[in-house]
Unconditional design. Structure first.
Length: 273
């Protein structure tokens, strides 16, 4: 990856993380840990990988994105704002009663949102339907979905995996955000969903790995997904929950908690440093 592109993506991801913290702090609620862990993934998707145009948010031939782990909406909203879908300042209205930025993404209210999500497991199923529709339309559009590792404990995820492989949806790419923590603790202690590679391969998927916080690694993984024909691809992305804010990193307590004023100032200072 060229140094200029890498520098630009890195700075954009930093701004996205600031937006996440601003949103959750302003709402006094939300899910910062998982939002920070997917910030780099969403930054790469919206600023490099996907065929989209903020000036044409309803273009029928645009690529589609589904945030299956819908509770991490602060990350999606921040990326959409910085990509130009709506003002960055509006992130501070997150979860307010009169805001179009609610706790979970709503395609009817928020510019740039392709699927309403919240109930875990259902987003990836919707992504499968979108990918099949594109195939039937003989359209080049691609479909991307980000799911959580805790979410992978849902049976519906594996029904979707079986469906996608059966219909040979090579225009579909799942990204598994593997940060190792869910609301009740480490995933391997709550309901161990691993090993991921072996399970997805058994379902007939193309499987590749990525460092969720390396743009070079993400670029290689998405290129692999595009090159694969006849099978859907899942990118198993190893990430750090709370990435970018030292006191939130790898701390399950920050799955769904908002920082107080002192913590907010510390987080912003770290990100701006």
């Amino acid at each position: 990856m060229e140094e200029k592109k890498l520098s630009c993506l890195t700075e954009t991801a930093r701004n996205v993380r600031v937006g996440i913290i601003d949103a959750v702090y302003s709402a006094s609620s939300g899910h910062p840990g998982g939002s920070l862990s997917v910030a780099d993934i969403l930054t790469y998707l919206y600023f490099e990988e996907m065929n989209i145009d903020p000036a044409k948010p309803d273009d029928p031939e645009r690529d589609r994105f589904v945030l299956s782990k819908g509770h991490t909406s602060p990350a999606l909203y921040s990326v959409l704002a910085h990509r130009g879908y709506f003002p960055v300042e509006d992130l501070k209205t997150f979860r307010k009663s009169d805001s179009y930025l609610q706790g979970h993404p709503d395609l009817k209210k928020t510019p740039g949102v392709d699927m309403t999500t919240g109930s875990l497991g259902q987003g990836v199923s919707a992504a499968c339907g979108m990918a099949l529709a594109a195939k039937l339309d003989k359209s080049p559009r691609r479909v991307y979905a980000v799911m959580g590792d805790g979410e992978s404990e849902e049976g519906q995820v594996w029904e979707a995996a079986m469906f996608a492989a059966h219909y040979k949806l090579d225009n579909l790419c799942f990204v598994l955000d593997w940060n190792g923590l869910q609301i009740d603790g480490p995933i391997e202690e709550v309901m161990n969903p691993t090993p991921y590679r072996e399970k997805f391969e058994a379902f007939g998927w193309n499987v590749t790995d990525a460092d969720a916080h390396s743009f070079e690694s993400l670029e290689a993984a998405f290129n692999t997904a595009r090159a694969c024909k006849g099978r859907p691809t899942v990118i198993i992305a190893r990430s750090v929950k709370g990435k970018g804010v030292s006191f939130m990193e790898n701390q399950v307590s920050w799955h769904g908690a908002a920082p107080n004023e002192e913590q907010y100032k510390t987080a912003i200072a770290e990100l701006n440093a």
